[in-house]
Design a protein around this ligand. Structure first.
Ligand code: ATP
Length: 516
C-alpha cells in the first residue's frame, strides 16, 4: 500500500498534470507558497465559492454580501490588533539555517507522545481482543503512563508560555525536551523571536511622504468598517450578517503542504452581528449550519470534526475549528469564532466615530457582538480534491485515476463524444452540445478510443460522458456513462438535460443543509 505521503505527492502531480494547480512563476523555479489555479482548478474554485456564497445569501434573507478593497487605512490594523499581535514565534537552526515556528516544533513533539500512546493501545487491543478496555489500560499501563506524564508536563508548560507570550520559556522548552532540527539533526538553536505575518508596501510616491499600507491578512476588517454602511443603506435589523470572499496575505514562516498554507490565499468570511448576550446561541447555530454545509458535499461525514480552542485569541470568547481529514491528518479548514464586540469597539475608539447600532425594538444603542465563520477557499479545495482522488484497480488488470468530485463542483459536467470522427456523428454531437451548453459546462472530445476519452474525463472529475453512435442518427438515443460506477445506459437525447440537472443542481445540497 502506498503511504499517505506518496498519495499526497501523487495528488500534487495530478493537480499540475490536469490543469488544476500550478506553482507560481514556474519558469523561474516558482515562488514559495504561492500557487496559480489552472483551467480546471479555476472552475472548481469558482464552484466552491458559488456554493458558499449562495448558501449564505440565498438561504438567509438577513445575510448580504460586500466586496471590500484589499488595501485599507493602516490604522485599521492597529485597531484590529494585527500590528502589535499578529505574530508567530520563530526560531532558526544554526546548522541547517532552516527556520521554524517554535510553537509548531513543540506541538509536533506533543503529537509524537500522543502517537506513542495510541500505538501502545493498538498493540494491546490486538493482544486482548474484545476484552480490551482502553480507559483502564491507559490508567494502568506503565509505558502509557510514562508518555502521558511527559505529554501533560509539556502541555502545561507550553500553554503557560504561549499565554504569557514568554519567548525565553519557549526556547527553554525546546532545549529541555531536546528537540532537534529535522534537517540537521542538531540542537543548535537561536533565540525565539516574534515575527509579524503582515506584508507591507508603500502607497503614494516617496516625495510626498508615502504611507505604509498592509496587504490585508484577513478579509474580516473590510466587513467591520463597513457594517454600519450596510446596516443603514440595506435597512438591516440585528441579527444580520455580511459575507465576503477575497484574497488575504500572510507572510507564513513555514509554508508547506502545497495549498494548505499559502502566502496569498482566499477566504470566505461571514460576520454575523447579534445582540450582546445572545452570542452563544448564534455561535452554536452557525457551528451546526457550517458543519452541515461541509457534510452536504458527501465526502464522508467521518472526515470532519470540531476542534474547540483551548487558547482563545485576544478577541474571542468562544472558538472552534472544523477540521478535515487531509492526507496528512486532521487539519483546520474553517474557524468559527465568537469575537465579542472587540473589533467594533476598537474601531470606534481608534476612529473616534460613533458606530453603535440603534435597536428599535429595545429602543437603545449598543455595540453588536459578532459571530464569525471564516473558511479558506484553498484549504477547502485541497480537502475536496484530496477526498476525491481515487486510484482504482479494474477488472482485467487495468487501472484508472478518477476524481470523485461532488458533481455540482466538477469543472465540466458532461463530455460529449462522437464514437467516430465521420458519418455525421460529430455534427450530431455538436447539435446535442449546443443544447446542453446553455445550462452546463460541456467538453467535446473526438480523439482516441472511447476508453482513453473516458480516462481523460475521469481524471478531471467529469460526472457524465455521452457517446453518439450510428444508432443515434436513427433512434435519437445516446449512451450515458456514469463516472463513479462506470455504468452505461442508453437514454433518449431529450432526457439528458434532466439527468445531468438532477445530479449537478446546487439546490439539492441546499435542501440537505436546510433539512439536515
Ligand atoms: P492556522 O492556525 O492553520 O495558521 P488560522 O487559525 O490562523 O490558521 P484563521 O485566521 O482562523 O486561520 O483563518 C481562517 C481560515 O483561513 C482558516 O481556517 C484557513 O482555511 C484559511 N487560512 C488561514 N491561513 C491560511 C494560509 N496561510 N493558507 C491558506 N489558507 C489559510
Amino acid at each position: 500500500m502506498a503511504s499517505q505521503e506518496d498519495v499526497f505527492k501523487k495528488l500534487i502531480a495530478h493537480c499540475k498534470e490536469y490543469g488544476f494547480v500550478f506553482p507560481s512563476s514556474e519558469i523561474y523555479d516558482g515562488l514559495a507558497a504561492v500557487y496559480d489555479y489552472g483551467q480546471n482548478g479555476v472552475e472548481l474554485k469558482n464552484n466552491i465559492k458559488k456554493y458558499w456564497w449562495d448558501s449564505m445569501t440565498l438561504l438567509h434573507e438577513n445575510v448580504v454580501g460586500i466586496d471590500a478593497a484589499i488595501f485599507m487605512h493602516p490604522t485599521v490594523w492597529k485597531a484590529s490588533g494585527h500590528v502589535d499581535a499578529f505574530n508567530d514565534p520563530l526560531i532558526d537552526n544554526k546548522d541547517s539555517k532552516k527556520r521554524y515556528r517554535a510553537d509548531v516544533l513543540i506541538e509536533d513533539l506533543m503529537a509524537k507522545y500522543e502517537e506513542k500512546i495510541n500505538k501502545e493501545c493498538e498493540k494491546a487491543a490486538k493482544r486482548f481482543g474484545e476484552k480490551f478496555d482502553r480507559e483502564m489500560f491507559c490508567q494502568t499501563n506503565p509505558r502509557v503512563l510514562e508518555q502521558k506524564a511527559k505529554l501533560d508536563g509539556l502541555h502545561a508548560r507550553y500553554v503557560k508560555a504561549m499565554e504569557a507570550n514568554d519567548l525565553a520559556e519557549l526556547k527553554q522548552i525546546i532545549v529541555d525536551y531536546e528537540i532537534v532540527c529535522p534537517i540537521s539533526g542538531t540542537k543548535n538553536w537561536t533565540d525565539v523571536r516574534q515575527f509579524n505575518l503582515m506584508f507591507s508596501t508603500e502607497m503614494g510616491s516617496t516625495a510626498d511622504g508615502a504611507m505604509k499600507v498592509y496587504l490585508r491578512p484577513e478579509t474580516a476588517q473590510g466587513i467591520f468598517v463597513n457594517y454600519l454602511n450596510v446596516q443603514k443603506t440595506g435597512r438591516m435589523k440585528i441579527p444580520f450578517g455580511i459575507a465576503q470572499i477575497g484574497k488575504a496575505f500572510r507572510n507564513e514562516i513555514v509554508a508547506r503542504q502545497f495549498i494548505f498554507r499559502m502566502r496569498e490565499f482566499e477566504q470566505m468570511e461571514m460576520q454575523f452581528f447579534v445582540r450582546p448576550g445572545e452570542e452563544m446561541k448564534w455561535f452554536e447555530h452557525w457551528k451546526q449550519f457550517r458543519l452541515r454545509w461541509h457534510k452536504a458535499l458527501g465526502l464522508g461525514d467521518e472526515k470532519y470534526r470540531f476542534h474547540d480552542h483551548e487558547k482563545l485569541a485576544h478577541y474571542a470568547n468562544a472558538a472552534t475549528d472544523i477540521e478535515f481529514e487531509m492526507p496528512f491528518g486532521f487539519k483546520e479548514v474553517e474557524g468559527i469564532h465568537s469575537r465579542t464586540d472587540f473589533d467594533l469597539s476598537s474601531h470606534e475608539k481608534y476612529s473616534g466615530k460613533n458606530i453603535k447600532y440603534f435597536d428599535p425594538e429595545l429602543n437603545e444603542s449598543y455595540t453588536p457582538y459578532v459571530i464569525e465563520t471564516s473558511i479558506g477557499v484553498d484549504r477547502t479545495f485541497l480537502s475536496i480534491i484530496a477526498a476525491a482522488y481515487t486510484e482504482e484497480q479494474l477488472e482485467g488488470g487495468d487501472s484508472r485515476v478518477v476524481l470523485k468530485l461532488p458533481p455540482v463542483l466538477a469543472p465540466y459536467k458532461v463530455c460529449v463524444m462522437p464514437l467516430v470522427k465521420k458519418d455525421g456523428l460529430p455534427e450530431k454531437a455538436r447539435e446535442i452540445m449546443d443544447e446542453l451548453k446553455f445550462d452546463y459546462r460541456c467538453a467535446y472530445d473526438e480523439k482516441d478510443s472511447i476508453g482513453k476519452r473516458y480516462r481523460r474525463q475521469d481524471a478531471i472529475g467529469t460526472p457524465f460522458c455521452v457517446t453518439i453512435d450510428h444508432d443515434t442518427l436513427e433512434d435519437n438515443c445516446v449512451t450515458i456513462r456514469h463516472r463513479d460506477t462506470m455504468e452505461q445506459e442508453r437514454v433518449p437525447i431529450a432526457s439528458l438535460s434532466a439527468t445531468i440537472g438532477e445530479a449537478v443542481n446546487m439546490k439539492n445540497l441546499f435542501k440537505k443543509i436546510v433539512n439536515g
